[in-house]
Design a protein around this ligand. Structure first.
Ligand code: C2G
Length: 158
């Protein structure tokens, strides 16, 4: 008896995924659980400009990091808002999923595929990571300035 092979269920999502963090990982895991293969549309640097975003890591590195994630089967460039419909057709997508900060924004795709919004992971964001790194750098600068001030006082007393 030939084994019945069920069709590969393909899931699709998009994003910048800059400074890859656990919020991204947990979303990709949950989205990957919705099918057999997860395709991620990674926003190009040009599209980020359209979104008003400037990523720390360039597209090539963000795409490489995404592809290293065990939940991700394929990474494609996201270059426009309008490419979703053609991507869904081209890749035979069974389900399109995003974090729920996008809830409702992509309901228009329900005519051609299943649309799912999943809860974001609270307490972590690329902006938060940038803020924490910025604070660490400021603290180091402050310590160096204090050390320089003490050193100058020692030199002045010589
Ligand atoms: N995300 C999450 N939890 C977080 C942070 C992000 O679940 N703590 C999700 C977002 O909801 C999004 C995905 O991770 O679905 C990628 O987030 P971004 O890199 O910020 O992507 P974004 O700028 O929202 O781009 O066409 C769609 C856009 O390209 C989405």
């Amino acid at each position: 008896m030939n084994k019945v092979i069920s069709p590969q269920r393909r899931v699709l999502t998009y994003g910048t995924f800059d400074l890859f963090h656990v919020g991204h990982v947990r979303l990709l895991k949950r989205i990957a659980d919705l099918g057999d293969e997860l395709i991620v549309g990674c926003s190009t640097d040009g599209f980020n400009e359209l979104k008003g975003k400037k990523s720390i890591f360039p597209y090539e590195e963000r795409a490489e990091i995404l592809l290293s994630c065990k939940y991700v089967s394929q990474v494609i460039p996201e270059q426009s808002w309008e490419q979703k419909e053609s991507d869904i057709e081209t890749y035979g997508i069974d389900c399109f999923a995003m974090g729920d900060d996008w809830a409702g924004q992509f309901d228009y795709l329900e005519g051609i595929t299943r649309v799912v919004y999943l809860p974001r992971t609270p307490g972590i964001s690329t902006t938060h990571v940038k803020d924490v790194v910025g604070a660490v750098i400021e603290d180091k600068k402050k310590r160096l300035r204090n050390a320089a001030k003490l050193l100058n006082e020692v030199i002045d007393r010589m």
